[in-house]
Write a protein that binds this ligand. Sequence first.
Ligand code: DGP
Length: 122
Amino acid sequence: MSYDSDNIFAKILRGEIPCDKVYEDDHVLAFRDIQPQTPVHVLVIPKGGYSSFDDFSRDASEAEIAAFVRAAGQIARDLGVVADGYRVLANHGRDANQEVPHFHLHLFAGKPLGRMIKPLDK
Ligand code: DGP
C-alpha cells in the first residue's frame, strides 16, 4: 500500500497532534499508546514514511533499520521492563487488524502477558 501522509502517526511526527513521548532520536519516535492494553504500552515508530513492516523491511535504509531496532531495545531498558519481561509486536494488514498505516512496534509490559496467540482449534 502507498504511504498515507494524513495518518495519525504522521500527524504526531509533524507535531500537529500531541503524544506522550518516551524516546526520540534522528530516526525514531516512541510514545505511549492512547488505549493501553497493558500497564506499559509504548509504540515505537520510524520517522520515515513507511506503511507497515512490509515496506519498512524492504525499503528502509540499513541506518534506519539499525536505529529502529537499537531504539526499541533501549526503550525497554529505559522503561525498566527487561527483568520482568516484555513483548514486541507489529501488525501488518487486514488479518492482523492493523489500524494505523504507519509502521509501528507495540511494546507491551508491566504484567504477565499470557500466551502470544491462541492455539489453533483442532
Ligand atoms: P495497530 O492495530 O497495530 O495499527 O495499533 C494502532 C495503535 O495505535 C492502537 O493500539 C491505538 C493507537 N493509537 C491510535 N491513535 C492514536 C493516537 O492518536 N495517539 C496514540 N498515542 N496512540 C494512538
